[in-house]
Design a protein around this ligand. Sequence first.
Ligand SMILES: *Cc1c(COP(=O)(O)O)cnc(C)c1O
Length: 406
Amino acid sequence: MSVYNDYFGPFGGRYVPEILQPPLKELELAFQEALGDPEFIGEFEEFCRDFIGRPTPLLPAKNASREIGGAQIYIKLEGLANTGAHKINNAAGQALLAKRMGKKRIIAETGAGQHGVATAAACARLNLPCVIYMGEEDIRRQHPNVYWMEMYGAEVRSVTSGSRTLKDAVNEAFRDWTANSADTHYLLGSALGPSPYPDMVREFQSVIGREIKDQADFQIDAMVACVGGGSNAIGFLAPFLDQKSIKMYGVEAGGRGKGPGNNAVRMADTGRPGIIQGYKSLFLHDSDGQVLDTHSISAGLDYPGIGPQLAALGKEGRIEFTEASDREALEALKFFARTEGVIFAMESAHAGAAAIRIAKTMSPDQNLIINMSGRGDKDIFISAAALDGENWRDFLEKESRRKYVD
Ligand SMILES: *Cc1c(COP(=O)(O)O)cnc(C)c1O
């Protein structure tokens, strides 16, 4: 069976310069061949078990469900995966594939640094040298992740072109790949980009949904995931797409509210079709094709584009898109910490916030699953500043004055 789609309705494709066609074709063929090889699947499963710590639990959130008084809520704890989020599933799959293809070097882009951390960890484990492209501005804002990437042995290269953020890092990674594709794999971080990336990332992330198939001994009525580029959502949902009785929700970043620059909502008639960074999808951009600024309290959802398959599933009506604001995400973070003892990543807290709303409209004999794409330790500089401002600032000031002696 081929899982290679290329296009999803009107979206997807491979819009790259001529020189990148051969390496993408090589990757497509290697990916298809690897998926059909039990030895490769075995390697991936072993890596998932021994290094990532899979399967991740499916937690019955009994206290939260009781307090909300609607559907029974279950939480898929991707945050318990090694490195703290679902991103490692894709990094592992692609790094193993690169090794099988005989590539000697990995490159990746990163925005907030989460994909860089996952890639660096997988490469450390597999003994592959890796270079992470990161905008100069993001390096400044995301110091802890840079620290971890370097500890894993990755080289973090500062990108100083354009706005010095994620899109510039992607451009730089493609430039590197154009020059070095013979021995280098470009490990792209979400279910987007030119084909075969959307198919490949979905297949590696689908380990999430496949595990739920084994774990859920109940009828699933609704599934809720946050959507940045779309990799955690598509991996969570793809194995269930043909079960029409399941309602599926994608949650985008409502940010500070309506209006350009205040959010990262692409699916509520705000996104427009475009071809950017190698694929056709819905983007927040102006009539000249200039990408607009976005805002979200969660770095992982603060992105102007959406993966082509999710865009198509949204337009077809198979997945319903909704939003959660910065404020609602913070409230959901507190709610699940207090009721269940789990700290959602700020991204995942958007799914949590929408799930609280949706569960209320359902009955107690129905079941809803939230994908907690990551855990919230990484967000302490944001959540503590927002929820515990004075104390947190006081702590940071004292820390900054502390003398470091050995
Ligand atoms: C990066 C990230 C996301 C958003 O990326 P997707 O590709 O949409 O999944 C969501 N949650 C966490 C924890 C992340 O690190």
